[in-house]
Design a protein around this ligand. Sequence first.
Ligand code: TXA
Ligand code: MG
Length: 340
Amino acid sequence: MPTKITRIYRPTPTNLRRLAARLAGGGLVAVPSETVYGLAADALNPNACKAIFTAKGRPANDPLIVHIAHLRQLAELATDFPPEAKALANAFWPGPLTLVLRKTAAVPDIVTSGLPSVAVRMPAHPLFRKLIQLSGRPLAAPSANPFGYISPTTALHVKNGLSGHIAAILDGGPCPVGVESTIIDLRNPAKPVLLRPGGIPVEALASTLGRPVKVLQSRLHESTRAEAPGMLWKHYSPRTPLVLHEKIPASIWQSLPSGEVVLLQKKPAANLLTSIKAAGACLSWLSESGDTEEVAKNLFDALQRLDREAWTRIHAELAPTKKGLGPAINDRLIRAAAKS
Ligand code: TXA
Ligand code: MG
């Protein structure tokens, strides 16, 4: 039952202290990060972490990422820090990269869904870092959306999704990266495995490691499910039916039923835009130039907005590139459009 009064806090020093005290006392706070907003709790307090699952309606077999502000916090969470993990942390922390390492006994089972590993990230967002420092705790935080829905990139998205289920949201403005962190499994450092494409391109990880990174792709089968628990295929889903296109065919523009909208990767050229408008089709775009960082930053915000408007169908164009943030963008779009 949604019973809580949900308040959005501005990031004043007093509010930061108040919210850090709430976290240290076992409470939940939705916090801005550079990727998406997270729903944070003391990672070493099992009851606090249990409340995250309840608020989101998240199944217990979907483990949480633990966030730290300093490398010295890692020793309490992970039993070892292999050279490959060090190299990646040096290159990309603080930032949108999550490392899966072997866990210590201090990490509660509820955080890792009973797995012997823990996912750790050092976020770059100054307000998230401040809350970790002020609370003195590593913070477990999944994205702050109801389970299965589109991830939030503004405080208002969080409020729209979790109003009544959580009491406190810290407003840090829109998230600059816009898609979640890249997750890499380093339990066998000689064979790193990409579990989720995200804010750091896989080619950047491979170049830092000096070796290829295995990418888990396609629908997750039983065999991969054990490696990437909780990564259900259908996810990030708007309520409005979503149809994907490699490229929007001309026939869509010419006969788009009223009530349907097209979401492009980039602004169309002036002459195409004129003819689309002449045909009366409704459209929106994710970037001016097609730059994948700009598309990623705007993706969840656009899906949240279109889903709140009364469209009967959204047609979205896939990113045309496997480079940069293209794979992360397409992973989110493909899961958002999946029926099961
Ligand atoms: O950018 C992000 O990573 C955001 C911000 C808030 O940090 N967090 C986020 O959390 O995206 P979430 O819960 O939405 O996704 C975390 C995913 C889980 O679904 C699971 O697939 C993976 O991380 N994960 C967590 N712990 C794991 C573990 N021990 N082994 C393998 N995968 C794990
Ligand atoms: Mg999530």
